[in-house]
Write a protein that binds this ligand. Structure first.
Ligand SMILES: NC(=O)c1ccc[n+]([C@@H]2O[C@H](COP(=O)([O-])OP(=O)(O)OC[C@H]3O[C@@H](n4cnc5c(N)ncnc54)[C@H](O)[C@@H]3O)[C@@H](O)[C@H]2O)c1
Length: 351
C-alpha cells in the first residue's frame, strides 16, 4: 500500500471547516490530517471538538511547517495571509493548496509561483468550480471543438444581498477587494479555463460602493458592520485577450436584482453554452438546437471534496494540479488591472 499523504491545515475558519477538513477526512486511506493551526484559540477549540483526532494542534504555522512528516499544506487563511504562508511552506519543502484568490495582488502571486518553481513543489489554487462534473463535461465538449472559436464570454457572480457578516470580507486591507476578488474570481477562472487561457492584454473596469457603508441595507448572509466596509459592492469589467476574444465580468455582494446568479455564457463560432445549468446551443440542418447533457452519476458531486482528493493524488502521484499557480496568477493580473482601471477611469494594459 502506498504511503499516506500527511496534511497540515493552516487557518481553521469557514473554508477549513466547511471544505478542507471534511474533504481530507473522507479519504482516510489516502491521507491523514496531521496538524491544524490557527492564531485564534477559539477557532482551534471549535474545530478540535469536531475533529478530536488531529495529532498536532498549533498556534504558529512555522511550527507546523517545521514538521518533516507533513507532505502538503492547505492555506485557509484570509487573502492577506496567503502570500507569506505559502512561500514559507514551499521553502520548507511542502506542497501547497492555497485558497483562492492566489493572493492580494499579482506581485505577491508571482512570488508564490516562483517559490513553487524554485522548490519543485505543487502550488494548487482553490478554484473548486473546475471540479464540477457539468463544468468538466462542458470542457470536454469545448476541447472536442463543439463550440469552435470562443470569441466572447460573460461571467457573472451576482448576489442580491450577500455581504458576508463574518470574517474580513469587507476589509480592503485584508482581502484586496470585495465581490470581484472574492466570488467574481471563481467565474473568471472557470471562463479562462473554458477558453483555454488566452493571454489577457487589457481590462476596463468599474467598481461601485453604493450599499456597504449604509446602515439601512438588509444582510442575507449575516449583518456586517457598515462602519468598517471598505471594499466595492459591485464591479464590472471588459477584459481583452491577445487572440481577439473578450470576457465581460460582473460581480456583486449587493445589487437590486431579482435573484442571485452564478453563470458563464460562452459564444463560439460553432456553438454557444451556459454553464449553470449546463446547456449547449448549435445550428444544425438550418435549425437551432439546444440540449442539456446528462452526466453519469449526476452533477451533485461536492467540488470541495474532489479538490482535496485531487491535491492528495497530485502529491502522491507527482501530477500537475488541475488549477495551477500560473493560472491563479493570471486571474490576479486581471484583478489588478480591473481595480486600477476603475481608479484611473481608463483601460489598463496587462503585461
Ligand atoms: N473556494 C471557496 O469557495 C471559498 C469559500 C470561502 C472562503 N474561501 C477562501 O478561504 C480563505 C479563508 O476564508 P474563510 O471564510 O475560511 O475565513 P475565516 O475568517 O472564516 O477563517 C480564516 C481563519 O484563518 C485564521 N488565520 C489568520 N491568520 C492566520 C495565521 N497567520 N496563521 C494561522 N491562522 C490564521 C483566522 O484566525 C481564521 O480563523 C479566503 O482566502 C477565502 O477567499 C474560499
Amino acid at each position: 500500500m502506498a504511503k499516506k499523504v500527511r496534511i497540515g491545515v493552516i487557518g481553521s475558519g469557514g473554508i477549513a471547516n466547511g471544505a478542507h477538513l471534511p474533504g481530507y477526512s473522507l479519504i482516510p486511506e489516502d491521507c491523514e490530517i496531521f496538524a491544524l493551526c490557527d492564531i485564534l484559540p477559539e477557532a482551534l477549540e471549535k474545530t478540535t471538538a469536531k475533529y478530536p483526532n488531529i495529532p498536532h494542534v498549533l498556534s504558529d504555522y512555522r511550527e507546523l511547517l517545521a514538521m518533516p512528516e507533513i507532505d502538503g499544506v492547505s492555506v485557509c487563511t484570509p487573502n492577506f495571509a496567503h502570500h507569506q504562508i505559502t512561500i514559507d511552506a514551499l521553502k520548507a519543502g511542502k506542497n501547497v493548496l492555497c485558497e483562492k484568490p492566489i493572493a492580494m495582488n499579482a506581485v505577491q502571486g508571482a512570488e508564490m509561483v516562483a517559490a513553487a518553481k524554485a522548490a519543485g513543489k505543487i502550488l494548487q489554487i482553490g478554484y473548486n468550480s473546475r471540479f464540477q462534473p457539468s463544468n468538466q463535461a462542458l470542457k470536454r465538449y469545448i476541447d472536442a471543438g463543439e463550440l469552435g472559436d470562443i470569441y466572447y464570454a460573460r461571467a457573472q457572480a451576482l448576489r442580491v444581498r450577500g455581504i458576508p457578516g463574518w470574517g474580513v470580507f469587507i476589509d480592503k486591507e485584508k482581502q484586496g477587494g470585495g465581490p470581484l476578488i472574492d466570488i467574481g474570481v471563481h467565474m473568471l477562472d472557470l471562463t479562462l479555463w473554458f477558453m483555454g487561457h488566452p493571454k489577457p492584454i487589457a481590462a476596463s473596469g468599474v467598481t461601485y460602493q453604493k450599499f456597504g457603508k449604509r446602515s439601512d441595507v438588509v444582510g442575507f448572509m449575516g449583518q456586517w458592520d457598515h462602519t468598517k466596509f471598505t471594499v466595492e459592492d459591485f464591479a464590472a469589467a471588459l477584459i481583452r485577450f491577445e487572440n481577439g476574444a473578450t470576457i465581460m465580468l460582473e460581480s456583486s455582494f449587493v445589487a437590486n436584482l431579482k435573484q442571485d446568479s452564478q453563470n458563464v455564457t460562452l459564444l463560439g463560432t460553432d456553438g454557444g453554452a451556459e454553464a449553470y445549468p449546463l446547456s449547449l446551443t448549435q445550428e444544425k440542418h438550418r435549425t437551432m438546437v439546444s440540449f442539456e447533457p446528462k452526466i453519469p452519476g449526476g452533477n451533485g458531486l461536492n467540488t470541495h471534496n474532489a479538490e482535496m482528493k485531487a491535491f492528495v493524488e497530485c502529491i502522491r502521484d507527482g501530477k500537475e494540479p488541475l488549477v495551477t499557480g500560473e493560472q491563479g496568477l493570471m486571474v490576479a493580473k486581471i484583478m489588478d488591472a480591473i481595480y486600477k482601471s476603475s481608479d484611473e477611469g481608463k483601460e489598463v494594459a496587462i503585461g
